[in-house]
Design a protein around this ligand. Structure first.
Ligand SMILES: Cc1cc2nc3c(=O)[nH]c(=O)nc-3n(C[C@H](O)[C@H](O)[C@H](O)COP(=O)(O)O)c2cc1C
Length: 222
């Protein structure tokens, strides 16, 4: 990262500030249709059409997800896209029986994982604090909490990004994490968080919307 004091750093900061001003003048808030697409009318899907999801779409999905903020710019989320029949068969035993047909009918099932050694990249990702890597290297509990918290946040960005790109999603935590880790992540420092089916949902397989808690139930202003 460029230092504020260096001429190049000052230029970069000026550009960042101009970019925010330009964004604000271009768009103040999402239009109602976008809010419907992303959240209000979007549904979780359990059945899938045959329409495939391309590599370009998966790349666009990860490229959009990455802009969501994480603590100290950690970016611990990692993604394995399970698509081939062989890979799906490899995943199947780890998925709870009720979820297996949902996974098997989806064009792609993403393993949303997090890297337990995310901190090795912090010298590049968060240069303002040169001690950041050591802070996590010396503290297993802090490392795990940060990887899981920020990896989960990136998992949520992933769901919203997929909807923004016109894809449907079906997240699932009903599976054996250790079995998925053994089957797909054994040579890595990654651990599975949740699975997410991706594709074009079959609306015949959804049910009525379940209630959501309102402001009075979940919030107060102090
Ligand atoms: C992290 C996560 C895990 C989930 N796990 C499962 C699951 O194992 N099986 C399943 O059928 N649905 C699962 N769901 C789906 C939820 O039940 C569903 O998203 C919720 O009821 C809201 O549905 P809606 O988006 O259609 O309103 C999961 C959702 C999330 C976000």
């Amino acid at each position: 990262m460029l230092d504020e004091q260096s001429p190049a750093g000052a230029d970069a900061n000026d550009k960042a500030r101009a970019d925010v001003r330009a964004l604000r003048s271009r768009i103040a808030a999402a239009d109602p249709a976008t809010l419907d697409l992303l959240l209000r009318d979007a549904r979780t899907h359990y059945g899938w059409s045959d329409r495939p999801v391309t590599d370009d779409q998966l790349r666009a999905l990860v490229d959009l997800t990455k802009w969501g903020p994480t603590s100290m710019n950690q970016q611990p989320a990692r993604f394995v896209f399970v698509r081939s029949p062989e890979a799906k068969a490899h995943l199947a035993p780890a998925v709870f029986e009720a979820n297996r047909p949902k996974m098997q009918s989806a064009p792609v099932t993403a393993i949303i994982a997090y890297d337990t050694r995310f901190h090795d990249l912090l010298p590049d990702l968060f240069p303002p604090n040169p001690k950041a890597r050591d802070l996590f290297e010396d503290n297993d509990a802090l490392r795990e909490a940060n990887a899981f918290r920020n990896g989960s946040m990136q998992g949520a960005y992933f769901l919203i990004a997929a909807r923004a790109l016109g894809l449907d999603t079906g997240p699932m935590s009903g599976f054996d994490n250790a079995a998925v880790d053994a089957a797909f992540l054994s040579d890595t420092t990654w651990r599975s968080n949740f699975l997410c089916n991706i594709g074009y949902g079959d609306e015949e397989k959804i049910f009525h919307r379940l209630p959501r808690l309102g402001f009075e139930d979940v919030a107060h202003v102090v």
